[in-house]
Design a protein around this ligand. Sequence first.
Ligand SMILES: Nc1nc2c(ncn2[C@@H]2O[C@H](COP(=O)(O)OP(=O)(O)OP(=O)(O)O)[C@@H](O)[C@H]2O)c(=O)[nH]1
Ligand SMILES: [Mg+2]
Length: 301
Amino acid sequence: MNLVERFKAGLARSKEGFLRHLDLLFSGGELNDDFYEALEEALILGDVGVEASLKLVEQLRLEVSRRKIRERNQAKEILMQEITAMLNGAEEPVKPDGEPLVILLIGVNGSGKTTTAAKLAYRYRREGNEVLLVAGDTFRAAAIEQLQIWAERAGVALIRQQPGSDPSAVFYDALNAARARQVDVVIGDTAGRLHTKVNLMEELKKINRVIGRVQPGAPHRVLLVIDATTGHNGIAQAARFNEAVPVTGLVLTKLDGTARGGIVVGMQDTLKVPVCYVGVGEKLEDLLPFEAADFARALLA
Ligand SMILES: Nc1nc2c(ncn2[C@@H]2O[C@H](COP(=O)(O)OP(=O)(O)OP(=O)(O)O)[C@@H](O)[C@H]2O)c(=O)[nH]1
Ligand SMILES: [Mg+2]
């Protein structure tokens, strides 16, 4: 399966939901006010977000009149291009010379951080990298065990400490071990935390500081993991996390579980942070690198 097909499979529930509306809309008829209104509504219902939906429809109107387009089918091509332009996916991070690439995963409880850490570890290992997972969620004993199982499945090493230990200390040890072992990529899991809990956000800042002290410039990527099924609630979370630790990218998990896959477009447009990956299932292979054009095609084509 190519990436477009994999996105499509991940959007299966959206295909029964809001994408079916879009399909019907574009299947024929005039390009009149009723059409634009219905399109706007369909996009908003698909969680594209009000502002982004209005923007897309407005641009579409202009372009349709500029190019004197009469068919809805052709208008669909234009909308696809607009969505692509709105999304422009994130660049792959460049690995620093002679030092590990450090990726930190953060987010609220249950968003999919641990699963994503394992999926990412698996991806990097398959590309031939030496990978180290860090059990930075010391809050729950079960969290360490969960990551241990994933590390074994993914075939990568894990650095862990006792439950209850300071997560910053775990990262301190992990980073030193990674440098000594000449690891290529370090992927850190963290405990789920509510963005409104001040002390937990302070803990996150400390983790970030400690990582930067052991290895200046790290973490190179801070990925905020958001559950796509929670809709636009994710936006408030993102703002608060971003204040604590600058977020460089988003991971939208459980895209397979929502009928409103337009959230991917809405999130990126609102937060101005690129979507780096989307999660489309519970298995190690179910993490897709985000490609704007392929995603827009999967949505509409
Ligand atoms: N369908 C689906 N399920 C997912 C995806 N990503 C994660 N999950 C599931 O979501 C649940 C929570 O995932 P975790 O990785 O444990 O989430 P977490 O953010 O580490 O949770 P806490 O550590 O409790 O904060 C698990 O049952 C995962 O299998 C996805 O992309 N698709
Ligand atoms: Mg977890």
